[in-house]
Design a protein around this ligand. Structure first.
Ligand code: ADP
Ligand code: MG
Length: 309
């Protein structure tokens, strides 16, 4: 068994053009391995190709060229085994409106060949908080409930790998927290490998061990979350003066800006200057300080630095 949950090798996807628009090269040769057991974040701006990658994993989109391995199985050589290893919660709400949550989970289990005796429909309904709505028509469910049902459907066959495409987009804070609790539990207790895309970089920063950023169908970076955060040289020093200063110092290479509450922010590069040098310049300008704080870059800064080119 390969220790990689997922392997993309030179994967391309070209969508046929529609009308006057030419063909769309959505993936331009992606190489990516995702280790088993991790919580892995796939990030990138809108249109980067994230859903295309995930839909290829799910078997919903055919790749144009390249190789995809799922749990050690080549997707083209062993389609059944690779399909059985993975559960995908898609971005689109593609639920049959005439099925109840219970019905939808049973049908899904049937599609995956899970014998009746091994189904755990009630357990899944409980986990996704839909026990009360088990027999209601899907069309009567709220958007949040439908998303939870999609998560449940991805879990019926106890996959090794769970893939979540924008699971928290447009979802209220309570549901987001419930979702992340469940995802963490599946990872920690069942050893499930989790792959997710999200627009909320703060979530990715908190949840993911490792992150890949793609842009325009190409891999921009892939690293541990900790290493990515350490990559940026930029840092910010924020001071709160005792009184509004009559003038501000000018410090070479440091960008100075006002913040609400009379605070002043100094953006600097760690390789160029130090907080001590900035504070010296502040004191030389006759400013006395009530408070000083520093801010580390977050994933949002890393993301912007790498994708805004
Ligand atoms: P993301 O999920 O990162 O926002 P997608 O994978 O959905 O990106 O889309 C990548 C690119 O491929 C976009 O330019 C999108 O417009 C295009 N695309 C996606 N699906 C189709 C399709 N079925 N037909 C044509 N173009 C598509
Ligand atoms: Mg998408």
């Amino acid at each position: 068994m390969s220790q990689n949950a997922i392997e993309f090798k030179g994967v391309t996807k070209t969508y046929a053009g529609q009308g006057k628009s030419g063909p769309k090269h959505a993936l331009k040769g992606i190489d990516l391995t995702i280790p088993a057991g991790s919580i892995f974040g796939l990030l990138g701006p809108n249109g980067a190709g994230k859903s295309t990658m995930i839909n290829i994993l799910a078997g919903l989109v055919n790749k144009t060229s390249g190789k995809v391995g799922i749990w050690g199985f080549d997707q083209d050589v062993n389609p059944r085994q690779s399909r059985a290893a993975i559960g995908v919660m898609p971005q689109e709400l593609n639920l049959d409106p005439f099925f109840s949550p219970r019905g939808a989970l049973e049908v899904q289990a049937g599609l995956y060949g899970v014998p009746k005796s091994e189904r755990r429909t009630d357990e899944i309904l409980e986990m996704i908080g839909l026990t009360d709505k088990a027999d209601a028509y899907a069309r009567s469910l709220s958007g949040g409930m439908r998303r939870r049902l999609l998560l449940g459907k991805a879990l019926v066959h106890r996959p090794h790998i769970l893939v979540l495409d924008e699971p928290t987009a447009g979802v209220d804070i309570e549901l987001r927290q419930m979702l992340w609790r469940n995802v963490r539990r599946l990872n920690e207790e069942d050893g499930m490998t989790i792959i997710l895309t999200t627009h909320y970089l703060e979530e990715a920063q908190q949840m993911c061990d490792e992150i890949a950023i793609i842009n325009h169908g190409e891999m921009v970076v892939r690293d541990t979350t900790a290493n990515l955060l350490g990559r940026l040289d930029a840092k910010t020093l924020v001071i709160t003066p005792e009184a509004e200063p009559s003038h501000l110092p000018t410090i070479e290479g440091v960008k100075i800006s006002q913040r609400p509450g009379g605070k002043i922010a100094f953006d600097f590069n760690r390789s160029a200057t130090t907080p001590g040098a900035i504070l010296d310049a502040v004191r030389d300008a006759g400013i006395s300080l009530r408070d000083v704080a520093t801010e580390e870059p977050d994933l949002e800064d890393v993301f912007l630095a790498l994708t805004h080119s």
